[in-house]
Each structure stands twice: as structure tokens, then as C-alpha cells.
Design a protein around this ligand. Structure first.
Ligand code: UD2
Length: 317
């Protein structure tokens, strides 16, 4: 059993991570300002006597300091963030505050309170407009959004803390994460949450462009397991790892898989390609295997099935 502090605990990935940590017998301290996170995501976690929650802003020093003092965690999983790439263009100050200042506040508080390990939620967005696939952690990183830039800067800041103060830092570059509790409400929300919402409303999904663009979709339960391994594995190596499957899926293929699982025809509406879209994104999963002993185990179809069942469970009480 370990005591783990999870920032952004009420978010999509944070709440799944908290659930898994609790399931494995750990004590979890969650912090979230509920800007985009929701308490309803924590309804299972809140049942546990080993779960504690504080509503506060991670970019502010005082609440973080108090929480580290109280919780004395063995590790921090830092997931709190401004999560939308388009929003990072619209609100660059908030992007800087929530995606970079917050990392600094967490690193400093961890160092002051003798916390030995930080797991950081980075993103495939650090690679920017890369041309050669699969993307490898040693490859070039030229972010093309304020979001990607802040994630890359946070990785560097934390790597500096690891070298300077002997902390273990694992930066996890998540690829296209999907699963229950993902918010579909913005036009820029993840494609699977958008498609699932449309199909639930009885309408057809919209495919941008020819649908032959590909992404590396990873199920949120696998991402939670990667976080757990990064936070609790006894090895002390710091490093950066893609959290991906290494398998490409085209948007057309995604539509077909959803139709097959639902047992009905899906006829997407094709519109012009989305401006600024990248054609392909595919990660190499090898470093995650070497650093964390992690490989994704949920297929796209199984992950979609879990998402569909959750919707049924929600609808039927
Ligand atoms: C990420 C960001 C996005 C933008 C983009 C820049 C997320 C969720 N999205 O998008 O905001 O910054 O990077 O490269 O982090 N698609 C459809 N129909 C839809 C929605 C999406 O066809 O209703 C396509 C879209 O054109 C893309 C693919 O699905 O080719 C995946 O879209 P996404 O927004 O889920 O993820 P991504 O990696 O393109």
C-alpha cells in the first residue's frame, strides 16, 4: 500500500487513475479545482475510506503545500491541466498558469516535503508536426500549440528537478485517450466521445475529410494502469515514455468498428478536412515497456464495448 497524491483527480484520466489506485489497495489524496473535472466522476472513489479529496487550484502554492504536508505522499501523479488544445490558443495565460506554473508549484512542494517521485501527464502534442512514424521519445519535438509547448516545458522543468534533487520523474506522453467519462461537449472533444454522443442521440457522426487519417487510440483503463506502474514500481529510473498502443486506426475504421459493435448501419456525414489537422499520429510503445513494464492490453473494440456498456449502465440507473 502506498499513499499517492493525484492532481486533477476529478477529471477523465484522473478519476480512472484514482479508482485503480484504490482498487489496488493504495491510499489516494485527490486535488482538483473542478474547472473541467466533475465530482460525479469520483462517485465510486468517494465510497472508499482510503480516498480523500480537496477542492483547490494546483497552480496555487498554499493549498499544495498544505496538502503535501498533510498527505505525505510517496508519489504525486500530476494530471491537473488545461486539457484543450484550442483553448490554449484562446487563453494562453490560463494555459501557462495551469500547464506550466502548476508543474513548478508541484515540483517545488514535492521537493520541500521530501516526496520522492512525480508522474507527469504529458502529451503526444509535444511532437507537433512530426513526419516520421512511429513517434519515438528520442525524436524531435516541435510543439505547434501553446498546450504542446507548455507540456514540453513542464517535462524539461521536471527533468531538471530529477537531476538536481534526486527525484524520480516519469513523464507519460498520452496519445488519443478514450473511454467512459470523457467529455464530448466541445466540437474539439476527442473523436470517439463525439461519435458516441451523436450515435446516442440517433444522429450520424461527422467525419472530417476522407476519413483515412489515423490515430493511436488508447483506452483510459490502460492509461490508468500506466500511471499506477509509473507511480508505484520500485525501480527508480526517471524517463519519458509514450503511452500508446503502437497500432494505427483510421477514422473510417473507427466508424466501421462502432457500427459492428452496435449492430447497426452507421453512415457518417463527410465534410471538409478540419483546419490544422495532422494526417497521422502513431507512437512507439517500446520505451513504456522498458521504463514501466507497460503495454496496452485493451483492444479498440474492447474499449469501445466498455464505453457502450457504461452508457447502458448510466441510462438504466
Ligand atoms: C488533437 C486535439 C485537437 C487539435 C489537434 C491538432 C484533442 C482531443 N484534440 O486532435 O484539439 O488541437 O490535436 O492536431 O486533444 N474527427 C472527425 N470528426 C469529429 C471529430 C474528429 O472526423 O467529429 C477526426 C479529426 O479530423 C481527426 C481525428 O478524428 O483526424 C481525431 O480527432 P481528435 O480531435 O479526437 O484528435 P486529434 O489528435 O486530431
Amino acid at each position: 500500500m502506498a499513499r499517492i497524491l493525484v492532481t486533477g483527480a476529478a477529471g477523465f484520466i484522473g478519476s480512472h487513475t484514482a479508482d485503480l489506485l484504490l482498487q489496488e489497495g493504495n491510499e489516494v489524496w485527490g486535488i482538483d479545482n473542478l474547472r473541467t473535472g466533475r465530482m460525479s466522476n469520483l462517485s465510486a472513489a468517494s465510497q472508499s475510506p482510503r480516498f480523500h479529496f480537496v477542492r483547490a487550484d494546483v497552480a496555487k502554492e498554499k493549498p499544495c503545500d498544505e496538502l503535501m504536508e498533510k498527505a505525505k505522499p510517496a508519489a504525486v501523479i500530476h494530471l491537473a491541466a488545461l486539457v484543450s488544445v484550442p483553448e490554449s490558443f484562446e487563453q494562453p495565460d490560463e494555459n501557462f498558469r495551469l500547464n506550466l506554473t502548476a508543474t513548478h508549484v508541484i515540483a517545488e512542494a514535492a521537493h520541500r516535503h521530501g516526496v520522492k517521485r512525480i508522474v507527469f501527464a504529458s502529451s503526444a502534442a509535444v511532437y507537433g508536426r512530426a513526419e516520421s512514424f512511429p513517434l519515438d521519445e528520442r525524436g524531435i519535438t516541435i510543439p505547434v500549440s501553446p498546450y504542446g509547448a507548455a507540456k514540453l516545458a513542464s517535462e524539461s522543468l521536471l527533468a531538471g528537478y530529477a537531476e538536481s534533487f534526486g527525484l524520480t520523474v516519469r513523464s507519460c506522453r498520452y496519445f488519443n485517450v478514450f473511454g467512459p467519462r470523457q467529455d464530448p461537449s466541445s466540437p474539439y472533444s476527442g473523436v470517439i466521445s463525439r461519435f458516441w454522443e451523436k450515435l446516442g442521440q440517433g444522429s450520424q457522426p461527422t467525419v472530417f475529410g476522407d476519413g483515412e487519417q489515423t490515430r493511436d487510440f488508447i483506452y483510459v483503463g490502460d492509461v490508468a494502469r500506466a500511471n499506477l506502474l509509473a507511480a508505484t514500481m520500485p525501480e527508480v529510473h526517471s524517463g519519458v515514455a509514450n503511452i500508446c498502443t503502437g497500432r494505427p486506426t483510421s477514422i473510417n475504421n473507427l466508424v466501421q468498428t462502432m457500427a459492428r459493435l452496435l449492430g447497426r448501419e452507421v453512415n457518417p456525414i463527410h465534410v471538409a478536412p478540419r483546419q490544422g489537422d495532422i494526417r497521422h499520429s502513431l507512437g512507439s510503445p517500446q520505451a513504456a515497456q522498458a521504463l514501466l513494464g507497460f503495454s496496452a492490453s485493451t483492444s479498440l473494440a474492447d474499449g469501445l464495448q466498455a464505453l457502450f456498456l457504461r452508457r447502458d449502465a448510466d441510462q438504466h440507473g
